[in-house]
Design a protein around this ligand. Structure first.
Ligand SMILES: [Mn+2]
Length: 244
C-alpha cells in the first residue's frame, strides 16, 4: 500500500543508487564530494534522508535540488519546521530562528509559501527496490514495529493529529541510536536514516545511520551504496563501521 507519504522507486538497472545523510544547506560541499565518488547524473541516483535546509549557507538551493531528476529526498524535521513556520498563526519564530531558520524567516511571504509548498511535496518515506530486497529511507526512524506497520499507519492518517503521531517518530525519534538497539526492522532488507550526527556511519541491525556531519566543520558526507550497503567515500577518508 503506497500513499502520498511513501514513495516507491524501481530498481536502478543502469547506474548506482546512493543514500546521503543530512545536508543542511551545504550543497556546494555536497557537489564537491559527489564529484570525488564520480557520481554520474545520467544514470546514478542520490537518495537523501532529509534535513536539506537550515544551518548551512545554501538552504535556498534545496528547492532547486528537489527538482533534479536524479535527486530524491524524504522530509526531515527541518523541512517540517520550515513548512510549519509558514502555516498561518505560527508562533514558533524564535525557536525556528535558533534552529537555523533565518534564511526562510527573512524572505517575503510569497517566497516563503513557494518554498514551503515545494518542501511539503516530499514524502516521509522512500522505498527503493534493490537486488537484495527493499531498502527504506526515513529521516529519523520507522514508526511502529515494522516498515509495513508504518506504511499502514500513514494510509490510515486521516487527520492532522494522526499524521503528527507518526511523524513524531519518523522525523524526530533518536531512541534506537541512543539505546544502541540492534533489533532492526524485520520486513526490510535495510533502512537508512540520518538525524543524529555521528563520527562514523553506524549499522544497528539492518538500520544504517549515515549522518556523518557533512554539514559540520570537520565532518564529511557518507554515501551509502544501496546495492551492497557499503559506504563510498573519497580515498582520503578512512571510514569504519561502528556497532555493526
Ligand atoms: Mn534532523
Amino acid at each position: 500500500m503506497i500513499t502520498k507519504y511513501v514513495r516507491r522507486f524501481a530498481r536502478n538497472t543502469v547506474g548506482i543508487d546512493y543514500a546521503v545523510g543530512d545536508i543542511h544547506g551545504c550543497f556546494a560541499a555536497l557537489e564537491i564530494e559527489l564529484a570525488k565518488i564520480r557520481f554520474d547524473e545520467r544514470v546514478d541516483r542520490l537518495f537523501s534522508v532529509g534535513d536539506l535546509v537550515d544551518r548551512g549557507p545554501q538552504s535556498d538551493t534545496a528547492v532547486e535540488w528537489i527538482s533534479k531528476p536524479w535527486f530524491h529526498a524524504v522530509q526531515g524535521n527541518h523541512e517540517d519546521m520550515a513548512i510549519r513556520y509558514v502555516e498561518p498563526g505560527n508562533r514558533d519564530r524564535d525557536h525556528y530562528m535558533m534552529t537555523g531558520g533565518a534564511w526562510l524567516i527573512e524572505k517575503p511571504r510569497y517566497a516563503q509559501v513557494m518554498i514551503a509548498d515545494a518542501l511539503a511535496e516530499l514524502p516521509y518515506a522512500i522505498e527503493v527496490e534493490t537486488d537484495g530486497g527493499l531498502v527504506g529511507i526515513v529521516h529519523a526512524d520507522v514508526h511502529g514495529k515494522s516498515w509495513s506497520d508504518m506504511v499502514q499507519a500513514f494510509a490510515c492518517a486521516d487527520s492532522g493529529t494522526k499524521l503528527r503521531r507518526i511523524t513524531n517518530s519518523v522525523l524526530w525519534n533518536r531512541d534506537r541510536i541512543q539505546d544502541e538497539d540492534h533489533s532492526g526492522v524485520p520486513d526490510m532488507r535495510a533502512v537508512v536514516v540520518g538525524h543524529t550526527p555521528l563520527k562514523r556511519p553506524a549499522a544497528l541491525g539492518n538500520v544504517y545511520h549515515i549522518d556523518t556531519g557533512g554539514w559540520l566543520r570537520g565532518g564529511s558526507f557518507t554515501f551509502l551504496r544501496l546495492d551492497d550497503l557499503q559506504p563510498s567515500t573519497p580515498a582520503s577518508h578512512e571510514l569504519n563501521w561502528e556497532g555493526a
